[in-house]
Design a protein around this ligand. Sequence first.
Ligand code: PLP
Length: 411
Amino acid sequence: MQFENYVSHLECGITGEADYEKAQIHGLSRAGRPLLVRYDLEAMKGKLNKHEIWGREGGFWKWRELLPVVDTENVIALGEDDTPLLSCSKLASDMGVSGEIIIKDEGRLPTGSFKARGLALAVAMAKELGINRLAMPTNGNAGAAMAAYATAGGMESYIFAPDDTPDANIREISLMGGKVWRVNGLINDCGKIVGEGKESAGWFDVSTLKEPYRIEGKKTMGLELAAQLGWEVPDVIFYPTGGGTGLIGMWKAFNEMEALGWIGSKRPKMVAVQATGCAPIVKAFDEGARHAELWENAHTYAAGIRVPVAVGDFLILDAVRESGGFASAVDDDAIEEARQQIGRTEGVLVCPEGAATFAAYKKALKEGKVSKEERVVLFNCGNGLKYPMPEQADAIDRHKAIDYGKLIGVS
Ligand SMILES: *Cc1c(COP(=O)(O)O)cnc(C)c1O
């Protein structure tokens, strides 16, 4: 069966050249930059009812008219669901915030991260275009999502990860049928292996933004968020930025929704959050540059944002600037402190990348870049259980007398 499909063409993200045909295999544009999928929004207008779409089951697959998949047979479903908005009222009252602090918890998706959104679409489109062998570099979560969707779709996946990638990620990739290697380098070094192996291994390069469809999957975060807030956008979005797919995707979603008359012209300030040990986008933003330079000796324990170079850097920077937002770097100590504060105050376990957004929010409040009256959304992009956690428990000797008063902190 065929979906109603409104894709008109693809265009180069930097030159705007619009002669890239739909239903064909594409990598980067001729300019070596990401391609963006364009839809006939005029034809959709008036035909689509946002409330009807929002009422559907199926998580991000419900947005099918705004997605590129044509044949229903190519949809690969692993139990997707909309991810919750968690309003952090205790943190807000502790900090004297009268607006709202909301965590969008993407750790609930299949494979425990929002990479499911992007890879579900990239893998489904590869299937639709007759590709059977996929490869990518990963800091962990993307590889897991690709392995899961490729296996579910009956395809092969080859995955290359820096050797210090969290163990849970490497093992889950393998358990879900992906072939995975640890590489003595960073994600861009892994990317080189994928690129250079293309000819001899005959695989398709699913690196971040090097094929056009991951953005379309990540776009659903913006659609879903607006729908959950009653077809409104928040005042500020803090987004942990590696390759920037999610930030670029959400920005695209807001523009498409406005063109459809689903939301107004208000936009959230988009804040790109990075770690001080790897902050190429922050540096470029501060210097007023449109492209970011390769970050040397990248380090941070927030693995998902340890990305020294991003092919879509200008798309991230354009969106941040257009939105009136900014870019912000926080160090690993601030990230860990934020993770513990969220967990111990709200009972919500976030990943380090998610915690970085809260650390950046606190910093922005202090610097007066956001106000306490604003409604902010912090993206927790992965399940906190995938990452090492600090040892906390003391031991009890059950053969000795137990001082119960001491356990609860009295006596
Ligand atoms: C990949 C990843 C990021 C970065 O996402 P991009 O959209 O590629 O910038 C942030 N957090 C986690 C947990 C990730 O897995």
